[in-house]
Design a protein around this ligand. Structure first.
Ligand SMILES: C[S@@+](CC[C@H](N)C(=O)[O-])C[C@H]1O[C@@H](n2cnc3c(N)ncnc32)[C@H](O)[C@@H]1O
Length: 484
């Protein structure tokens, strides 16, 4: 970080602005909003500033800048159109240890003025250390549209209620929970939408305060969250909220660190991943830990790769919680099949090639034995095998035994949706060999069906800056079907 971000209290404090044109006027407008006592040093003022001076809102020193004009100033702003004068102001301010900003000149400035979104008392400031002012303006515009206009009304009401809430909900965790429910709840949204005024909301808050102070012991809960296949951009808004509200995050091996990092900074993070062949934490231990944490009154975010109800054992965890009477919620995620197929340019259904879609686990002998292979062998469908990499050879053999032709198209997607994604396409005849040659590793998804042929024409994603056909040329795809 090149600059230390602060908000400076300037009410009734003397501030000197050198320059009397439009640029100075914009800064003065901001300064006046803080209640600063502004003195403008300039031989002449533009009309709007002259009116402010006439109304007594600012003091005008009709003179060329002299160093002593800075005496006593808390901060100074140089906003003339002459570089030499601005540099002189900056030099003199530095000599006096007065923080100085020279408009549009970061070399001469001690501080920079960020782009702001003003929903006072909430103020959002955006700066790029002077590197990309247009980008910061864009960000500001986005925030302008994103932040409700009446956010300030909500913040003011919260400020008014704070002492009462503090007195009546003594336990800090319960208090935080009260505020989170308040800001996420219907009272706040009514106020933000203008459906309710502050006085009505205040009365309704009184009611929830009574409830909060009566239930002294915080109630824990578990939110079972699907984190998607890897790309953090595929996280849902609800998943993000669950992550940010959590006191503890329990996460699996397939959840990327970028996603875990979205949790609150003070949230405890517990890794409970199970790598193939590795006995890290058993399912029973994870279930017991979820119960224990919720009983301690914690809000637990249980993060799972993809969707928690698709080969994620989410159902088992919830059965335990339900049996123990623990409150829970489920946030669905983008399952690996949907994410990987989309990022590989493979539509899972297509009117010409596949009218049905099946997700199967290729995990272990016991489970694959329960699979109806005759059903999977039928034409006109797409079959997605999760956890099938280790059993690729036997999956292909079983399909072939059931009469699936050797030329049936298939693909393997490794690290789908992530920067390291690779796609190997081929047929049942050569896929095992190609996957071996490319040294495909877990996690990888096997898709069997004619839709995989569309990859050549529809692939679009690769995070390494290469074109998709360049990746194909690395011999991961079936050369016979290469367009390049
Ligand atoms: C235990 S299952 C979890 C599935 C998850 N609940 C879901 O809905 O995607 C793990 C398997 O999902 C597949 N998988 C998950 N993420 C993947 C990714 N980013 N790329 C490829 N396959 C993935 C692999 O087959 C992996 O072995």
């Amino acid at each position: 970080m090149d600059y230390f971000p602060i908000f400076l209290k300037l009410a009734d404090e003397p501030v000197v602005v050198v320059g009397g044109g439009e640029v100075a006027a914009r800064k003065i407008d901001l300064l006046l909003r803080t209640g600063a006592k502004v003195t403008v040093v300039a031989p002449e003022l533009i009309e709007s500033l002259a009116s402010l001076a006439a109304a007594g809102s600012i003091v005008h020193l009709a003179a060329e800048f002299q160093p002593e004009h800075l005496n006593g100033a808390r901060i100074a702003i140089a906003a003339t159109d002459k570089h030499s004068i601005n540099a002189w102001v900056a030099h003199q301010a530095e000599r006096r240890n007065i923080p100085v900003n020279v408009v549009d000149d970061r070399e001469l400035s001690r501080f920079i003025v960020p782009a702001i979104v003003d929903r006072s008392p909430v103020v959002v400031a955006v700066a790029s250390s002077g590197d990309a002012p247009v980008l910061t303006r864009r960000l500001r515009e986005k925030l302008e549209t994103f932040l409700p206009q009446r956010l300030g009304v909500l913040a003011k009401l919260a400020g008014k209620l704070r002492p009462a809430v503090k007195a009546r909900v003594e336990e800090p965790a319960a208090r935080r929970r009260f505020w989170e429910r308040f800001f996420d709840g219907p009272l706040a949204s009514d106020l933000l939408a203008g459906r309710s005024d502050a006085a009505t909301v205040e009365a309704r808050v009184e009611e929830s305060l009574r409830a909060a102070s009566e239930s002294a012991k915080p109630v824990g809960e578990v939110v079972l969250v699907g984190a998607g296949p890897g790309d953090p951009g595929l996280l849902t808004l609800r998943a993000l909220r669950a992550l940010q509200n959590a006191d503890v995050v329990l996460y699996d091996r397939l959840v990327s660190t970028q996603i875990v990092d979205l949790a609150r900074r003070d949230a405890e993070r517990i890794y409970v991943g199970k790598a193939p062949g590795d006995a890290h934490a058993s399912q029973e231990q994870i279930n017991a830990l979820l119960v224990k944490l919720a009983r301690q009154g914690k809000r637990v975010c249980r993060l799972k790769g993809g969707d928690p109800f698709i080969f994620g054992r989410g159902g088992e965890e919830l059965e335990t919680l339900a049996a123990e009477g623990i409150r829970f919620e489920v946030v669905p995620g983008i399952t690996a099949a949907a994410g990987c197929a989309a990022y590989a340019g493979i539509p899972l259904t297509h009117r010409d090639y596949a009218q049905s879609l099946t997700f199967v686990t290729g995990h272990c002998k016991g489970e694959t034995d329960k699979v109806d292979w005759d059903l999977l062998a039928r034409p006109g469908q797409t079959v997605v095998f999760y956890m099938g990499l280790g059993h690729l050879e036997s999956i292909v053999a079983r399909l072939r035994e059931r009469g699936v032709p050797a030329e049936r198209a298939a693909a393997i997607i490794e690290h789908g949706t992530q920067a390291t994604q690779r796609v190997v396409t081929g047929t049942l005849a050569d896929l095992v060999h190609k996957a071996g040659e490319a040294r495909i590793e877990s996690p990888a998804l096997l898709i069997v069906g004619e839709v995989t042929r569309l990859h050549d024409a529809l692939h679009w994603f690769n995070a390494n800056g290469q074109r998709g056909d360049e990746i194909s040329a690395l011999a991961f795809t079936n050369e016979g079907r290469l367009s390049a």
